[in-house]
Write a protein that binds this ligand. Structure first.
Ligand code: F3S
Length: 293
């Protein structure tokens, strides 16, 4: 049962930087918290909370503590609110998200509207919308783009973790709506590389395992991409969730990838578990259900 791991899997640069800093903060004795969960991974959040670095849901809950801003970033209004209340702010917004904020802020200074392609409720999208000086229209699909009115000009940007093919489909519609669009592809390389590699790997494999938090948007996207190329794809948060009969033939090729917020330890655990299975009797006892939604 050959096991192959995607070359780029697990923590991306932005998440790795935020987690390293948070780990250091959790032990320096200064009362601190994170605004929102640092990453979409329950295991990492639990570990940090045990050491006193708990997530808060709203700036008003900081109560004078040092506040870590996660890689998703926040709006300038939230930064202001935290500082005005006397909280020290440690801004660990990912540099790619920071660049997106700057494009939106600078491009909208003269009142040009912004079309933000992304998921309306995603924290990065909510935070980014706050950097615009004027109107912001959020669209997540070609159908939603169809609903926009015709306009002279707009700055068009994208959530950093948005799928590239969907961005292209939406752009095709926007070209019919906006006379002079200023389109900037702000999808980060880490996402693109992970999605492309996952799709290519899944197409060559008999089964795929995607490791990551179920509430992580980028992990879910990897799962969707892998599933469309390889129907026997499962998403697991830890090695313990892999069904015992998942690898049911010695000859099966198993691919493994992991979301950008998946710790290296969780990925390693899954790889070890599959390698252990390789050395055992793999006769299936039940049919494995590929869809774990
Ligand atoms: Fe940053 Fe891209 Fe990761 S935007 S947080 S490097 S997925």
């Amino acid at each position: 049962m050959p096991v192959e791991v995607a070359a780029h899997a697990g923590f991306c640069m932005g998440v790795s930087r935020a987690v390293e800093k948070a780990e250091a903060m959790a032990t320096d004795g200064i009362p601190s918290c994170t605004l929102g969960e640092l990453i979409h991974n329950p295991e990492v959040i639990r570990r940090l909370a045990e050491r006193g670095l708990e997530p808060i849901g709203d700036p008003s809950e900081a109560h004078g503590r040092r506040v870590l801003i996660r890689s998703h970033g926040v709006s300038p209004q939230v930064l202001e609110e935290l500082k005005a209340a006397g909280n020290e702010v440690l801004d660990l917004t990912c540099p790619f998200v920071d660049k997106l904020h700057r494009i939106v802020e600078e491009g909208s200074r003269d009142g040009t509207p912004v079309i933000l392609v992304g998921e309306r409720d995603h924290p990065e999208v909510r935070g980014t919308a706050g950097w615009a000086h004027g109107e912001v229209m959020i669209v997540a699909s070609p159908d939603e783009a169809e609903q926009l009115p015709e306009m002279e000009q707009a700055v068009v940007v994208c959530q950093t973790t948005f799928p590239h093919s969907k961005w292209q489909d939406i752009l095709t519609v926007l070209e019919t709506k906006v006379k002079n669009p200023d389109c900037r592809c702000t999808i980060c390389n880490a996402t693109e590389i992970r999605q492309k590699e996952a799709g290519e790997l899944a197409a060559r494999m008999d089964a795929m395992i995607v490791v990551g938090g179920r509430n992580s948007a980028n992990t879910r996207k990897l799962y969707d991409i892998c599933r469309s190329a390889c129907p026997r794809t499962i998403l697991v948060e830890s090695a313990a969730e892999i069904p015992p009969a998942f690898a049911n033939k010695d000859s099966e090729k198993i691919g493994i990838t992991a979301g950008a917020s998946t710790p290296t330890d969780s990925l390693k655990e899954v790889v070890t578990r599959m390698s252990d299975m390789e050395n055992k009797d793999l006769t299936p006892t039940t049919e494995v259900e590929a869809n774990n939604d």
